[in-house]
Design a binder for this molecule. Sequence first.
Ligand code: SF4
Ligand code: SF4
Length: 152
Amino acid sequence: MYEDFCKKCGSCCKRIKVDFEGKTLYFDGIQILTPDFASMLTPLDSEGEITYCRCKFLEGNLCTNSNKPDICMNYPSSPFAFIPEDCGFSGEIFLKKEAEMRKIRKLKEEIINYEAMIKVSPNKGEQNRLQKIINSHKARIERLKNYGALDW
Ligand code: SF4
Ligand code: SF4
């Protein structure tokens, strides 16, 4: 059952990380910054290509947007959601991220095993089968590289 850990502190809407130039939003994971979402933001300060923004719909700690985008309705749904330190979901997101990292480490172990098996297998068909699995594992790891998956 979904548990609502939200403390209604509004912190997640006070310093939203955005790369306007690269059209990238660091919110519920790394996402494309849509023009609609960008129009809700007031830039506060910048660090290199990153601009920290406050949402215009935040009043006090409450959202006043009656037509909230899905990304806000679902936040934080990703194991890689960007959450403030004091967010009530920090424990849950930590555990979800750890689980993803464990999966990636397991894939890397399997890649090492399959590569070793390919070297000793005399069967070309078997080698191809293992290589396909390796390629699929590598593609999965690659998809998470922006979250640091290459170093897990
Ligand atoms: S920072 Fe976390 S606890 Fe606070 S409003 Fe956002 S989701 Fe809720
Ligand atoms: S629309 Fe509401 S929930 Fe979404 S960023 Fe703005 S204040 Fe936060």
